[in-house]
Write a protein that binds this ligand. Structure first.
Ligand code: ADP
Ligand code: MG
Length: 205
């Protein structure tokens, strides 16, 4: 169950305010404008790296960790940490697992685990038949959901992640977002990735 009182322990980074029950209940159902606006879309592609193995086991929400080199490239488009949403595809995955699928993405320092390193992780909203470490993943980030918060209760974190998924699905159901499912970024085989500003080459992870 969600704890009713949550207290920030000493020494927590100021950038990660504590998440209260009240704040969680007031979350909007949909986020962002009806058409993606700057800095979105942000195109990503690169290999899935090994993390600490916590996402899947502890939270029931596996997250494909992006290679460290990708962080600089995300930062060239946005410096905001928090939870984002968009689409992702693992083209090399088996049939049934290789579609363009909705995703939520966390960019930040994971204050719950007191990580010191910046991380970027994508949870694809799909039940995969097997892991895809080392596979190439392509993604497009289309919007921002919320900043990172600090949690003393893991249940509270899980509840917020659940809400993130619902907010992402509702937000992506708008036509100007849905059309990115057929974006050529997901289907081309070479290194041409338009990145919204005429830049060729795009973001490589
Ligand atoms: P790690 O800390 O190594 O990232 P996780 O527990 O977060 O471990 O699991 C992530 C891995 O699980 C991914 O790299 C991928 O191979 C696999 N995986 C299976 N299903 C999913 C999914 N729906 N979304 C993201 N990754 C998934
Ligand atoms: Mg992970």
């Amino acid at each position: 169950m969600v704890q009713t009182a949550e207290i920030v322990s000493e020494g927590q980074p100021a950038a990660a305010p504590v998440r209260t029950d009240t704040a969680r209940k007031l979350r909007p159902e949909m986020v962002g404008p009806d058409t993606p606006e700057e800095p979105f879309p942000i195109y990503l592609s690169g290999k899935v790296a090994k993390g600490f193995g916590r996402g899947g086991k502890e939270l029931g929400c596996p997250t494909a960790n992006l290679e460290e080199s990708s962080l600089v490239q995300i930062e060239s488009k946005t410096r905001r940490t928090g939870v984002y949403y968009g689409y992702a595809r693992v083209a090399q995955a088996a049939e049934g697992d290789n579609d363009v699928l909705p995703m939520v993405m966390s960019v930040g320092y994971n204050p719950y685990y007191k990580n010191e390193k910046l991380t970027a992780e994508i949870h694809v909203m799909h039940e995969f038949k097997s892991d895809f470490y080392g596979y190439e993943m392509r993604a497009v980030i289309l919007g921002y959901i919320r900043p990172e918060y600090d949690y003393v209760s893991r249940d509270a974190l899980i509840e917020d992640i659940d809400t993130d998924k619902q907010v992402a699905l509702r937000s992506l159901s708008r036509s100007k977002y849905e059309e990115f499912k057929t974006d050529k970024h997901f289907f081309e085989s070479d290194s041409e990735h338009p990145n919204g500003d005429g830049e060729v080459g795009g973001v490589r992870l």
